[in-house]
Design a protein around this ligand. Structure first.
Ligand code: SF4
Length: 403
């Protein structure tokens, strides 16, 4: 299959774009990298150069902590794959497995999720599971530390429980085991047998959970853990600074300068994290503070309470050919008014920035901007506003919601 055919195949199956199978978007091909290990600052600088040389220079971190490079063509995609290999950046393929952030560095974690993730990945590869499961099926290994996987849409989650590992399927606790890998593999086999497009919630809706937890010991619910990566996090040695990229995006030049500054202050890793963030460390306390000051001045988000954290927006016009309006200018205008309400500004119904529900969604349609309350870009809007009246109308909606 050639690159174009592979991309079309990805779109048809709702697949996740990867390095070998990028996805066609409004601004060219998009390649998503699931990193197997944090980047060194030098690798981040090299990746920034690749983003500029092979694509349009835009680098993104997704809500699940993957990196994306945009604006590629077929030749650029091939050069990117070569360049990533030459930089020694390890990329995970196969079954989607997420681990909690700062794995191996978090003194609050009950176990190192990377070891379990590696054992599961190897067993899933041997069983050929990825090819038999829906592309978005994902397993989370939550070490139970400072930055958990709570809130993620995981088909299966493994987390620490007294005397073993808690197993959840579709958000429902199934029980506890001391041997999680065979249990997770058996659940994935059940899911694959149910259908190649099925998610765990589909299987549970059809068959219930009673038989899924057979052989497991009782376990309580997972303790809620903070999942906000932005801020300062104490490591076993030193600190990690978590900062978020406005709308999950940074220009290649900005990433290179950030990585250079991190290296200058002594950091050894830059880890993409869920919530469109980068965790940078280990740093001495004074250096972490210095980096926070520098990054804040550079327009990055360094405080969890920053209003931009509540607003999602896709690249919009003019970056994306499918967009009906300039999403991010409007999103910045609305950020200060959101006050705890989630806002999603989407250039079209595809909803790339946030496929889920938001308190207020504004979506570009052929006939104007659709306003959706407590829904997604694909829902029927409660009203449609002409684009030249959109900013005023959206501000009035948020102001009236504040009372
Ligand atoms: S949601 Fe935004 S980025 Fe995605 S295709 Fe539509 S306009 Fe383009």
């Amino acid at each position: 299959m050639n690159d174009a055919a592979r991309s079309l195949d990805s779109l048809r199956r709702g697949a996740c774009p990867s390095l070998p199978a990028p996805m066609a978007t409004g601004d060219g091909l998009l390649a998503r990298l699931a990193l197997a290990a944090p980047l060194t600052p030098e690798q981040a600088i090299g990746l920034a150069a690749l983003a500029r040389d092979c694509g349009n220079g835009i680098v993104e971190v997704t809500a699940r902590g993957k990196m994306q490079l945009r604006g590629l063509d077929a030749a650029g995609t091939a050069r990117l794959a070569e360049g990533v290999g030459a930089l020694g950046i390890a990329v995970r393929e196969g079954l989607g497995i997420e681990v909690s952030a700062l794995a191996g560095r978090d003194p609050a974690a009950a176990f190192d999720p990377r070891l379990l993730a590696a054992a599961l990945a190897q067993a899933a590869d041997v069983a050929g599971l990825a090819a038999r499961l829906a592309p978005k099926v994902s397993v989370g290994i939550d070490g139970g530390g400072m930055l958990g996987l709570g809130g993620r849409d995981l088909d299966i989650a493994v987390s620490p429980a007294a005397g073993g590992f808690r197993i959840e399927a579709g958000g429902v606790v199934l029980g506890r085991t001391s041997a999680p890998v065979p249990v997770v593999l058996a659940l994935l086999e059940r899911l694959a047998a149910f259908g190649p497009r099925a998610r765990m919630r589909d299987l549970i809706a059809a068959e219930g959970v009673a038989t899924l937890g057979e052989g497991l010991e009782p376990a309580g619910a997972r303790a809620p853990a903070p999942a906000e990566p932005v801020g300062r996090h104490a490591l076993a040695e030193g600190w990690a600074l978590g900062l978020a990229l406005p709308f999950g995006q940074i220009e290649a030049e900005g990433l290179a300068v950030l990585a250079g500054k991190a290296a200058e202050l002594g950091a050894g890793f830059i880890e993409p994290a869920g919530g469109r963030a980068l965790l940078i460390g280990p740093l001495a306390a004074a250096e972490a503070e210095a980096l926070a000051q520098w990054a804040g001045a550079a327009g990055l988000i360094v405080e969890p309470g920053d209003p931009l954290r509540r607003v999602e927006a896709c690249p919009g016009a003019p970056a994306c050919g499918s967009a009906r309006f300039a999403t991010r200018a409007l999103a910045r205008e609305l950020a200060g008014l959101a006050r705890g309400r989630s806002v999603h500004v989407s250039g079209c119904v595809k909803g790339c920035a946030h496929p889920g529900r938001a308190g207020l969604t504004i979506v570009g349609l052929d006939e104007g901007a659709g306003i959706v309350i407590e829904g997604t870009p694909r829902d029927v809007p409660t009203r449609i506003v002409p684009f030249d009246e959109l900013a005023g109308a959206a501000c009035r909606i948020l102001e009236s919601a504040r009372g």
